[in-house]
Ligand binder design. Structure first.
Ligand code: KE4
Length: 427
């Protein structure tokens, strides 16, 4: 595979950006080789600057559920741009996207748009603290909620990928208020409430973990979090930045029928442009300025281009039978990977919830960070590189999720399974 131009661009980029990238996990540090420089995306495909084509399962880390450059999304952005790129004032577009999101997730009674998932989770936690007048928060080992100081404690995603001991630069005083429990382990949560009675403002959880690879909640786990937070007067925050529209069009809260107090969103609702959101119970959202005293603001929040892209993307997935088609494609891929690995005698754990999936190179069933971190990262890296050679672009980390789009047709899935077969044939 000729990647000459990517190599020269990466050399130049490393002089400009730390690690040559604008987000750490893109650097391929965990899988070897170097990042490919992308020229364009089209439907399910990415094309690098050397003209190589890949079936893309990263999809910008989740946002592109309608695939790359969907004509209706592009058209919506073009039309919006003709009317200006930002107003710094309210617009009808904000109302339209808010209503569309609330249609899919009715637990969100009131919402605030921001510009990234990090802003969404940071703001939701500040709101939980303001609402309860408590300081401590609980997150789960291996879960990632963006890079706000208080959340870079035993985090997943790039922090886990790079094996960073949390992150330097986070003041000990800040980290001290972030308590860490084990995913899928209610006893570890109960122990923290016992140790810190009436001090815990809220729990933030990826209801289906995606940032340690995809790890589903065990039966009763989410229900338990709901019961504990209700009993303790703490706020339950479902961080659905990744799971929203991915595990179910209504998110994990619909799939598992749990009503969180607050939900954070991002990725899909921006149709590939920068958007985040937090929202939930009307009573809690009344604390947000200018109605309430909890301050949060943003120059480009509710940006018309991003709103237009999100409106277009959500209207596309509303089409009859869309979710069923996505589920079928994802289930076919999952079955294909499982049977191919079995035939090749390669031990894997394949997880999937809706359109999010991970192939763990491990013989241990993934339940939490402790059972995931033992996965064979070297074998994953080898699989990643072989799949790339065979024209399939996976997330460059064992601790990330793969995603499908409405453009990943049955033929595309067949081609992907052929690539898996070839990867294991030359294992
Ligand atoms: P952003 O600030 O990157 O928009 O969103 C942060 C975030 C919050 N919550 C969850 C559950 C998330 O998955 C994320 C971001 N996800 C990563 C991928 N695992 C973004 C990719 C990257 O960091 O480059």
């Amino acid at each position: 595979m000729n990647i000459t131009k990517s190599i020269s661009l990466f050399q130049e980029a490393q002089k400009l950006f730390p690690g040559g990238v604008n987000s750490p996990v893109r650097a391929f540090r965990a899988v070897g080789g170097q990042p490919l420089f992308i020229d364009r995306g089209e439907g399910p495909y990415l094309y690098d600057v050397d003209g190589n084509r890949y079936i893309d399962y990263v999809l910008s880390w989740g946002p592109l559920i309608t695939g790359h450059a969907h004509p209706k999304v592009v058209e919506a952005i073009q039309q919006a741009a003709l009317k200006g790129t930002s107003y710094g004032a309210p617009s009808l577009l904000e109302i339209d996207l808010a209503k569309s999101v609330m249609d899919f997730m009715p637990n969100i009674e009131m919402i605030r748009f921001v510009n990234s998932g990090t802003e969404a989770t940071m703001s939701a936690l500040r709101l939980a603290r303001a609402y309860t007048k408590r300081d401590k928060i609980i997150k789960f080992d291996g879960c990632y909620h963006g890079h706000a100081d208080m959340l870079l404690v035993q985090a997943g995603s790039g922090v886990a990928t790079l094996g960073l001991p949390d992150s330097p630069g986070v003041p000990a005083a800040v980290a001290a208020d972030t308590l860490v429990a084990n995913f899928n382990d209610l006893d570890s949560v109960e122990a923290l409430f016992k140790k810190y009675p009436e001090q815990i403002a809220g729990i933030i959880v990826e209801p289906v973990a995606g940032n340690m690879g995809v790890v589903p909640p065990v039966k009763g786990f989410l229900e338990g979090l709901r019961a504990i937070t209700s009993r303790e007067g703490s706020v339950l925050i479902f961080d659905e930045v990744m799971t929203g529209f991915r595990v179910h069009f209504g998110g994990a809260q619909t799939l598992y029928n749990i009503k969180p107090d607050l939900t954070t969103l991002g990725k899909v609702i921006g149709g590939g442009l920068p958007v985040g959101a937090y929202g939930g119970k009307h009573e809690i959202m009344q604390m947000v300025a200018p109605v309430g005293a909890m301050y949060q603001a943003g120059t480009l929040s509710g940006n018309p281009l991003a709103m237009s892209a999100g409106i277009a993307a959500l209207s596309l997935i509303r089409e009859e039978g869309c979710w069923e088609k996505l589920e079928q494609a994802a289930a076919k891929l999952e079955a294909g990977i499982l049977s191919t690995a079995k035939q090749a005698g390669v031990p894997i754990q394949q997880t999937r919830v809706g359109t999010m999936f991970t192939t763990f190179f491990s013989e241990t069933e993934p339940k939490d960070w402790n059972t995931v971190k033992v996965a064979d990262k070297v074998r994953f890296g080898k699989f990643f590189q072989k799949m790339l050679e065979n024209g399939v672009y996976l997330a460059p980390s064992q601790f990330e999720a793969g995603f499908l789009s409405i453009m990943h047709t049955s033929t595309i899935i067949d081609k992907t399974i052929e690539a898996v077969t070839e990867a294991f044939r030359t294992w």
